[in-house]
Design a protein around this ligand. Structure first.
Ligand code: GCO
Ligand code: MG
Length: 404
């Protein structure tokens, strides 16, 4: 079998998604997600100008070899643009291979290690009562675990909380020019224990609760937050410090037993090296889409498993249903699965990307369709072309830019 055609499409059924489609001489097609929120067109160019011309004529069964040649052959390794592009190729090749075998992808990854894939949903509120309502809504939808984000007194907007939308996704913050939000770490650190206290008092000790600090704290601030939240037994504290510095988590770890999760902005196993071997984290959270695909993410999970660290694939709404499908196949197959982030997509997105994976009572299943089980409606996709959209930037009260 040979690859005879490659094309990349950007569609915006509410938000932008970048999709690679590979076609073989046997008429099989494979899809891969290359969406990099706010920098979509850079990945399109990387694929169109530098990767797709190399793919035509290749044997699509050579998944590992193609991955290695794109990664090593570029010489300039890593980075989100490169790894999103490689991820799209990798997933499209796995899709083709599984379709050629007539099997759902998870069967090629070792088969199911569980019956279904547990998820967490997003709950958020401008204040605590609104947050409690939002948790109630997620529980009514069946979610077995909930991430809680709350507005902070004195701040206009914070990550995960919007004045107009309950979805918890940054989609509502996105604009053609970055929106400016404000931030005050002290106010946040003072408020968060009250938030968790109220949620625990309302929903009891058994509900797994998560919280995302979105890279905003210094190591010692993160250590304080982890300690202050210990009585509420979080499932995890996510991205407590900026991702570049692995040393920071050594400091945090020394001070708190609150479990730690990181990795949504990581691109390769090297970003995790010390974090895994020194057991400084509890969950690895990279997305199939930003980590170079199923091939390297599977290796990461196997590496992490030696240290009892579990998987938690990043699943925001800026991962397309193609990237989500690949994630759910991997979730079902790996032994050290932890949890899958999931908040669904808009109805229009679900029409553009018809998928075999299902979400029922808070649990996902990849379905039994051969491949990853996603079909792109190209006409509908084309009717919703790319729209410039950026994530917000964060500024302190004196105007200094802070991590968003
Ligand atoms: C999460 C993430 C996302 C990111 C988003 C940026 O935990 O789901 O923090 O919401 O902010 O993916 O594009
Ligand atoms: Mg996050």
């Amino acid at each position: 079998m040979r690859i005879v055609d490659a094309k990349v499409m950007v569609t915006s059924p509410g938000r932008n998604f970048v999709t690679l489609e590979l076609t073989t001489d046997e008429g099989l097609t494979g899809l891969g997600d290359a969406t990099l929120n706010g920098r979509e067109l850079a990945v399109v160019s990387y694929l169109e100008d530098h990767v797709m011309p190399l793919l035509v004529g290749l044997d699509p069964h050579r998944v590992e070899d193609t991955w290695q040649s794109l990664y090593r052959g570029a010489y300039w390794r890593r980075g989100p643009v490169t790894m999103a592009a490689i991820a799209a190729v990798d997933v499209a090749l796995w899709d083709i291979k599984a379709k050629a075998a007539g099997l759902p992808l998870y069967q090629l990854l070792g088969g199911a290690s569980r019956d279904r894939v547990g998820t967490y949903g997003h709950a958020n509120g401008r204040d605590i009562p609104e947050l409690l309502d939002s948790v109630r809504a997620r529980l009514a939808e069946g979610y077995p675990a909930v991430r809680v984000q709350s507005g902070i007194p004195g701040l206009k907007a914070v990550y995960g909380v919007s004045s107009t939308d309950d979805s918890g996704s940054p989609v509502m913050h996105q604009q053609a020019r970055p929106l400016v939000e404000d931030w005050d770490t002290d106010a946040y650190l003072r408020h968060m224990p009250n938030v968790l206290e109220a949620v625990r008092a309302e929903f009891g000790p058994g509900l797994p609760l998560l919280h995302d600090a979105h890279h905003r704290l210094t190591p010692v601030q993160a250590a304080r937050l982890g300690k202050d939240l210990e009585p509420y037994h979080l499932f995890w504290l996510e991205d407590c410090t900026p991702a570049e510095n692995q040393e920071a988590l050594r400091i945090v770890r020394r001070h708190t037993t609150t479990p730690l999760a990181v990795g949504e902005v990581f691109n390769t196993v090297y970003d995790y090296q010390a974090l895994i071997t020194e057991q400084l984290i509890d969950y690895v959270r990279s997305a199939v889409t930003h980590f170079g695909g199923v091939t390297p993410l599977r290796k990461l999970f196997d590496f992490a498993a030696q240290y009892q660290i579990r998987s938690a694939i990043h699943g925001p709404q800026d991962i397309s249903p193609v990237g989500m499908a690949a994630a759910v196949h991997l979730d079902l197959a790996v032994h050290n699965f932890g949890i899958q982030e999931y908040s669904g997509h808009t109805p229009l997105t679900e029409e553009v990307f018809r998928h075999a994976y299902t979400f029922e009572d808070g649990y996902l299943h990849p379905g039994e369709a051969p491949g990853i089980g996603v079909e792109l409606d190209e006409e509908l996709a084309a009717a919703h072309p790319y729209e410039a959209a950026y994530l917000p930037v964060n500024r302190l009260h004196d105007g200094t830019v802070h991590d968003w």
